[in-house]
Design a protein around this ligand. Structure first.
Ligand code: G1P
Length: 327
């Protein structure tokens, strides 16, 4: 069985949902806490054992290439100032020489077309496809879990990460139908891209992580437009599933659709909460925001003992009322 050594990251999208932030800056460089989205997914791929990172970029995306290169001026300055922790951080994130490749999708023809643009860089071996819009928070990461499942699924098999979503959101995603599995991995019996709710085979959506066999490239070369008029990877996967097995993995972890503003903001909160250097102060800040300034102006000792002053009681009542409205 060939190992999964390479991962494709399609990063050519225009990011119109984040204008004006993405007018001059790629959406993949938006930060979740202090790491760009693209860095988070590269971290996940690295942890899963990926050795070669292939970015399908577009015009205006040059800064992504810069991000994965060295920055000599910065390094020299940090060295002069003895900022060894910052230097260490940069060195750890630095991909090894020759382990990152960049190619351009010249026209925005769809995800399937973006993947096809990487065919020469992937060659004749199975590969991972990771969409940077989706973050999955878990250790081990989503891709590492999929590679484990892939090792059990036999040669020439394909593995897709799936999760359940409420039916009212189903039309935004690729959707799979599955057969009987072991609770975590299931044989895929059906796939459809962005179906209307009544045509969806289940509430299981494709979460933006794939392990695919290279035979997909010949199918993508011939693929005609599907949902939204775009060349869809899902449509070529449907054809490939006639000759190769497809498995769905219900991964462990929480996913964030960072292509949406709410998902992106939620990811920032969730990731900040796991950072020992910022979580305590951040949690207090969030509490204060949610409950208004009122709670911050109540003496903590009074709160613990319940012996509030006459000014503090109405503040507490107000804060509780606000919290109630939030939940
Ligand atoms: C793409 C895929 C879709 C998948 C989704 C996950 O859609 O085509 O099957 O469910 O990513 O985010 P897009 O978000 O590019 O429209």
């Amino acid at each position: 069985m060939k190992p999964i050594r390479k991962a494709i990251f399609p990063v050519a999208g225009l990011g119109t949902r984040f204008l004006p932030a993405t007018k001059a800056m790629p959406k993949e460089m938006l930060t979740v806490v202090d790491r760009p989205l693209i860095q988070h997914v590269v971290d996940e791929a690295r942890e899963a054992g990926i050795e070669h990172f292939i970015f399908v970029t577009g015009r205006n995306k040059g800064v992504i290439e810069d991000h994965f290169d060295r920055q000599f001026e910065l390094e020299v300055t940090l060295k002069e100032r003895n900022k060894s922790a910052d230097l260490k951080l940069l060195a750890e994130d630095q991909p090894a020489a020759g382990s990152a490749s960049f190619t351009r999708q010249q026209s925005p023809l769809g995800l399937g077309h973006a993947v096809w643009c990487a065919r020469e860089l992937v060659g004749n071996e199975p590969f991972a496809l990771v969409l940077p819009d989706v973050l999955v928070q878990n250790k081990p990461g989503c891709l590492a879990q999929m590679i484990e499942a892939y090792k059990q699924s036999g040669d020439k098999s394909n593995v897709i990460a799936v999760e359940e979503v409420p039916m009212e959101r189903i039309h935004q995603y690729g959707v799979v139908g599955v057969g009987k599995g072991d609770g975590k991995t299931f044989p895929i019996t059906e796939m459809v891209e962005k179906p209307p709710r009544d045509k969806a085979p289940s509430n299981l959506i494709i979460t933006g992580r794939y392990i695919l066999q290279p035979e997909i490239f010949d199918l993508l070369a011939k693929q005609t437009g599907g949902a939204g008029g775009e060349i869809q990877i899902t449509d070529s996967m449907i054809t490939l599933s006639k000759t190769q097995a497809f498995h769905a993995v219900k991964f462990e972890g929480k996913s964030f659709d960072c292509g949406s503003k709410v998902g992106f903001l939620a990811a920032n909160v969730a990731y900040a909460m796991t950072r020992p250097d910022i979580a305590p102060a951040f949690r207090d800040e969030i509490k204060r925001l949610v409950a208004g300034e009122d709670i911050g102006r109540i003496d903590q000792g009074h709160l613990r003992t319940g012996k509030l002053t006459d000014e503090e009681w109405p503040r507490l009542t107000e804060a509780i009322e606000r919290l109630r409205n939030v939940s």
